[in-house]
Design a protein around this ligand. Structure first.
Ligand SMILES: NC(=O)C1=CN([C@@H]2O[C@H](COP(=O)(O)OP(=O)(O)OC[C@H]3O[C@@H](n4cnc5c(N)ncnc54)[C@H](OP(=O)(O)O)[C@@H]3O)[C@@H](O)[C@H]2O)[C@@H](O)CC1
Ligand SMILES: Nc1ncnc2c1ncn2[C@@H]1O[C@H](COP(=O)(O)OP(=O)(O)O)[C@@H](O)[C@H]1O
Ligand SMILES: [K+]
Length: 512
């Protein structure tokens, strides 16, 4: 499955290249788009009393005229409703000329129960708020439970940002060639319904020419080439050793959740680094996970020299303040270690929660350390609040999408950013980014983020490159939560990832 996400500008470029390469011209692509939508409507809604096709002035509307013509030819009762002025000579104008149905003004459209609405008002060209008339049709459709089939995007949703300027609530959205970021980013994702990607004759070779750097986060992105393989002669330290910093005696649970998750993800050994005052409570709750005292910078230096762990988690339940800053900066002083034989980084750091918030007053000290030439691979896992503390100006931007914000932050921090939420975005400093879409609201439970940090560290420790480790970690975490469903608490998650891992490995013969 191809999982590139195309911005509206990239889609327009694909369109241009496809038309230049032939054999289809713009009008031909529009016919194919209309055919795909009409076929879907006929297959899904064979008993529709009436199909209302709403056409805007641009090419989205053009697709709509093709749909209306094809459905009418198939014997469906079709009514056409339009708004806006078409450009004379445009493909859309040609499509409307080829459709002989009477055109009514959208202001008079009142769909009734049993009807179907095809929303072909605005797609990639959305440039302002949708009209009151369009909103009224959307409202009546929802109230009457009339299914809306949106062409390309629910009108009002930006394909670039997922932001909405008034909107339709689609049952199905049919888009072309590839999904767009707006199909996966909130709030747009909420109103797309089922998303169908139709092939309209733009070949993969054209998409390849665009050098796309935005992807839907699916296993295709990281499973085949990057997922850790466990060598037949592995021993525990060869499988990676994760160290997780614990908070003080009343805040140790978060670190243990991370530690357990790292171990379940396949790290061969995991150690909780605990303040002296929390050793007792940690010891009482750990079995396979090791425990070691780490109160000072010197303790960390000693540990680093002695055990050479392959990944750290710093932040969950750690406490905000000078100690977190000092520990993080000490880890960042350590040089990266690249194993040229195996082609892997030998260690990396996941900074989460308090590890991020501790730098809110002076994030530049963190960024200076992360930009040092030999600094180790870094993954930050902020939720929205933590993101705003570290990157307040980026967070404030009204214009930028969550995708653009995560990219800007990754560049500034020279770290992989996992900008969490229902539409988690993973972005790398080199501009690659992925949007995650397999989660479920059950994941919004205290400690869930701590588990995610542990999963990512577990993968980093096994030599997975940081962007791929972050993408895989987010997907596995989301998949485990989605499958577990209601009633899940963070304690359940480390065990819930096991069947997900089994399935991934089953589906990839050379990982078995
Ligand atoms: N390969 C492909 O990509 C293919 C794409 N195809 C289809 O083309 C679609 C993109 O077409 P498009 O570029 O003509 O843009 P579209 O969304 O029809 O709107 C542009 C017009 O609407 C106007 N307008 C915008 N918002 C408005 C508002 N809220 N309220 C009122 N007016 C508003 C805007 O006005 P302006 O900003 O110019 O003032 C302009 O006149 C794409 O989504 C897909 O369906 C297929 O044909 C097959 C191949
Ligand atoms: N509505 C949702 N749908 C899918 N995933 C969600 C949703 N809400 C939260 N999540 C995920 O749950 C996790 C919560 O992490 P975080 O906010 O750090 O929680 P905590 O600090 O309690 O561990 C993140 O991975 C986030 O992406
Ligand atoms: K639309």
């Amino acid at each position: 499955m191809r999982n590139e996400l195309l911005s509206p500008a990239e889609m327009a470029e694909a369109d241009r290249l496809a038309i230049a390469a032939g054999p289809l011209d713009g009008y031909g692509l529009m016919q194919r788009a209309g055919e795909a939508v009409a076929a879907m409507v006929l297959a899904r809604y064979p008993a529709a009393k009436k199909v209302h096709v709403l056409c805007g002035p641009g090419n989205n509307g053009g697709d709509g005229y093709v749909v209306a013509r094809l459905l009418a030819e198939a014997g469906v009762d079709v009514e056409l409703w339009a708004e806006g002025k078409q450009k004379p000579g445009s493909d859309a104008a040609l499509a409307s000329e080829a459709c002989n149905l009477p055109v009514n003004h959208i202001g008079h459209c009142y769909p009734e129960a049993g009807d179907v609405v095809v929303d072909a008002l605005y797609g990639a060209g959305l440039s302002k708020d949708i009209s009151q008339h369009a909103l009224a049709v959307s409202g009546v459709s929802s109230a009457e439970r009339v299914p809306v089939i949106s062409i390309d995007l629910p009108s009002g949703v930006s394909g670039e940002t997922g932001q909405m300027r008034g909107h339709f609530d689609a049952a199905v959205t049919v888009t072309f060639a590839r999904k767009k970021p707006g199909h996966l980013l909130m709030p747009g994702r909420r109103v797309c319904g089922e998303i169908i990607v139709a092939d309209i004759g733009i070949p993969d070779s054209i998409i390849d020419q665009l050098k796309i750097t935005t992807f839907e986060n699916t296993p295709d992105l990281w499973l085949r080439w990057y997922f850790p393989r466990t060598a037949i002669d592995a021993h525990k330290y060869k499988r990676g050793h994760v160290a997780v910093f614990s908070g003080g005696s009343s805040a140790t649970g978060a670190a243990r959740l991370s530690a357990l998750a790292a171990a379940r993800t396949g790290a061969g050994a995991v150690t909780v680094l605990s303040p002296g005052n929390a050793m007792q409570v940690n010891a009482a709750h750990l079995t396979s996970i090791m425990l070691r005292k780490a109160d000072t910078i010197e303790d960390i230096a000693e540990y680093l020299a002695e055990r050479q762990p392959s990944a750290f988690v710093l932040g969950p339940g750690f406490g905000i303040g000078e100690r977190a800053r000092a520990f993080a900066l000490r880890l960042l002083q350590q040089n990266r270690v690249y194993d040229y034989d195996r082609g892997i980084e030998l260690w990396g750091i996941v900074l989460d929660a308090d590890g991020l918030t501790s730098f809110r007053d002076n994030p530049d000290t963190l960024f200076e350390a992360s930009h040092r030439a030999l600094a180790p691979p870094l993954v930050f896992t902020p939720h929205e609040g933590e993101f705003a503390r570290l990157f307040p100006d980026i967070a404030r931007s009204k214009k930028q999408s969550k995708l653009a914000k995560a990219r800007a932050a990754a560049q500034r921090a020279n770290a992989v950013i996992v900008y969490k939420g229902a539409d988690t975005v993973i972005a790398a400093p080199d501009g690659h980014a992925a949007i995650n879409a397999n989660g479920a609201p059950w994941l919004a439970t205290a400690g869930s983020g701590d588990v995610l940090a542990g999963i990512i560290a577990g993968l980093l420790a096994q030599g997975m490159p940081p962007f791929k480790a972050a993408c895989a970690g987010v997907w596995i975490h989301a998949e485990a939560g989605r499958r577990f469903g209601p009633g899940m608490i963070a304690e359940d998650l480390p065990l819930a990832i096991v069947p997900v891992l089994h399935e991934l490995i089953e589906n990839q013969p050379d990982l078995r």
